[in-house]
Design a protein around this ligand. Structure first.
Ligand code: AMP
Length: 632
């Protein structure tokens, strides 16, 4: 048995002893007594009764040994700003932010929605929430009013923290108007909106409701805020993610289990050490941003880089310039971003001194072999694929290099991480499938520390969505297809549901369909994700209009398509915008009226459309083919 297989086996056979050891990687206010309460499966309560605080572990704990060392390094190529905050400075800013939240009436357990671009204040806001025991819910800045409104209604935040604008490729992207629209659309009203003014776009403050952060911060200049000691299972945050319905799911994370899982992953998976520097190119709006921009690196005593900008401005060497300048040791990105770099001059990969860098981790979508080869040869460093989801908070499958240097296999993220009992099951019979056969990737409970505790406000949906989808079994479904080879390496083959992955961003096709259907001219619509060389997948819509005259000629079609895309932009955000809208007279459905999304997808990708015996109207398929320009 290899060192790693022993490590993994022990984590499953003696979970209490294993996780008790890992729990020593963080500091507790009241010590860990019980490790796991699994008395109410599938709910798992890790370290019940013990208390801790994420912000304390991320900042205060490091003050005696590294107060003056860098904690947060901010680089914005959008505004030309670079600023380093030491642990002591970060501590001061987070105390001020926490005092501002307290002054606005935020109490332990209250929700604070964070709708922010990549600026240090976004991180201060998250850590300030953690400090006082408020539950943050970060909404990606690329989402628009309708997406925001759904999340406001679900999370019911007492305060929303936002900024006048983000910036993309040198252009200001105003946030405040979208936020005001969202608050108007929502049925729940926050008490206050705390605005950070970057001076990028005009922002009107609603009297009594909106407050200017700069003014409040000055009032709290010397304020000190004690950490709230939370029971390990009290929620730290909610992060919404797309599923198969139009209603996003609020993934709820605990406090103690998450802190332990991240600290352990830093050691065993990412090999990051205190005093080193971590650079994740993600955004705080995604789970990678939560785990590996904010909490993971800081818990480990590392400096974290918060980057606002694209991978190619001012040129395709910007990331490597950052690696050289800040002596980055561990880097984390997504395959899409690497595919963007592939279009640049490969010499840019060698322009800077990358000697500090130990490895580049990639996740969020399948890592294709050519991209993996290109980047690992280009930078001369190990490239480590890892597979996980918003729900799990940290890798499910990887090659945990901190335990053993397992060989990498191109196309595979690796082997199950410690704590995860990963299996493959047949989708229809529920039978476990062996090596080299395709099955649904599932995890036998209890889920390890750090994974979602439930869906915010909806335990029932958590159980029915995740734990009842493999027939006859109560196992956690990832909703991904996978296959395992004879060496125990997994290969991920795509989603089993209608969730698509565009440039590493997870989108529900139903959400996009609902948005398009709200156009008065649209009678019906199907949205599918199809393979794309750059983004992994892109969304394509097939719409049936109420009045065919509205799409009778190319100019009319272009106008209608433009209107629909604008609508999606304004409701969901540009991230969800389909790359094309095709107009058809009918959509392929089963006789019972179910939309055949996978059949449409197969036709779009030029694949065999499969068994068509249940189709109601076969001419609808012809319609799809014709709309695609007669391609098969
Ligand atoms: P998200 O919750 O947005 O992080 O999306 C999670 C989904 O992205 C997973 O369920 C997979 O479908 C996909 N995914 C994430 N990482 C990988 C990877 N390394 N290889 C293949 N697919 C991945």
């Amino acid at each position: 048995m290899s060192r790693y297989s022993e490590f993994h086996a022990r984590s499953l056979q003696q979970p209490e002893a294993f996780w008790r050891e890992q729990s020593e990687l963080i500091e507790w206010k009241s010590p860990v007594d019980r490790v796991l309460d699994a008395s109410r499966p599938p709910f798992a309560r890790w370290f019940p009764g013990a208390s801790t605080n994420l912000c304390y572990n991320a900042i205060d704990r490091h003050l005696p040994s590294r107060a003056d060392q860098p904690a947060l390094i901010y680089v914005s190529t959008e505004t030309g700003t670079e600023k380093t905050y030491s642990f002591a400075e970060l501590h001061r800013e987070v105390n001020r932010f926490a005092a501002v939240l307290l002054a606005l009436g935020v109490l332990r357990g209250d929700r604070v929605l964070v709708y922010m671009p990549m600026i240090p204040e976004a991180v201060f806001a998250m850590l300030a929430c953690a400090r006082i025991g408020a539950i943050h819910s970060v909404v990606f800045g690329g989402f628009a009013s309708h997406s925001l409104a759904t999340r406001i209604d679900d999370a019911r935040p007492k305060v929303i923290v936002s900024a006048d604008a983000g910036s993309r490729s040198g252009k200001a992207v105003p946030y405040k108007m979208l936020l005001d629209q969202a608050i108007e659309l929502a049925s729940f009203a926050p008490e206050h909106v705390l605005m950070v003014n970057r001076g990028l776009a005009p922002m009107a403050l609603a009297p009594g409701r909106d407050v200017d952060f700069a003014v409040e911060r000055r009032k709290q200049w010397d304020s000190k805020v004690e950490c709230a000691w939370l029971e390990s299972n009290e929620p730290s945050y909610i992060l919404y993610t797309s599923g198969t319905t139009g209603r996003p799911k609020g993934v709820q994370r605990d406090t103690g289990g998450y802190a332990v899982a991240l600290a352990a992953s830093m050691k065993h998976v990412f090999g990051g050490e205190a005093g080193e520097t971590y650079f994740s190119t993600s955004d705080i709006g995604w789970v990678v941003g939560h785990s590996y921009i904010v909490y993971g690196p800081l818990l480990a005593g590392m400096a974290t880089i918060v980057y606002e900008g694209t991978p190619i401005r001012p040129d395709g060497a910007i990331w490597w310039r950052i690696v050289e300048q800040y002596r980055v040791n561990v880097m984390f990105s997504a395959p899409t971003a690497i595919r963007v770099l592939k279009k640049q001059d490969p010499a840019l990969l060698r322009r800077h001194d990358l000697s500090s860098l130990k490895a580049l981790f990639l996740a969020g979508e399948p890592l294709d072999e050519p991209t993996a080869h290109w980047i690992s040869e280009g930078i001369g460093k190990p490239v480590v694929d890892n597979y996980w989801q918003t729900e799990t908070g940290w890798p499910i499958i990887a090659t945990p290099r901190g335990v053993e240097a397992l060989p990498a296999k191109f196309g595979s993220p690796g082997v199950p991480c410690y704590g995860y009992d990963v299996r493959l099951f047949d989708e229809t019979t529920g039978a476990e499938v062996g090596s080299n056969a395709k099955g649904v990737v599932a995890i036998v409970g209890p889920l390890p520390p750090g994974c979602m505790s439930t869906i915010w406000g909806d335990d029932e949906r958590f159980v029915s969505t995740y734990w009842h989808s493999v027939p006859g079994r109560s196992v956690y479904s990832t909703f991904d297809w996978g296959i395992r080879d004879n060496d125990g390496y997994y290969f991920i083959l795509g989603r089993t549901d209608d969730v698509i992955n565009v440039a590493g961003h997870r989108l529900g096709t139903r959400e996009i369909e609902e948005s398009i259907s709200s156009h008065p001219g649209v009678a019906e619509v199907a949205v599918v994700g199809i393979a794309d060389a750059l983004k992994g997948q892109v969304a394509i819509a097939f719409a049936v209009v109420r009045n065919p005259a509205e799409v009778a000629d190319p100019a009319a079609r272009a106008q209608m398509e433009g209107e629909i895309l604008k609508l999606v932009d304004s409701q969901l955000g540009a991230v969800a915008r389909p790359s094309r809208v095709h107009f058809v007279a009918g959509l392929p459905k089963t006789r019972s009226g179910k939309l055949l999304r996978r059949t449409i997808q197969a036709i779009c990708e030029g694949r065999d459309a499969g068994d068509l015996t249940t189709i109601e109207d076969p001419t609808a398929l012809e319609q799809v083919r014709l709309a695609l320009g007669g391609r098969p």
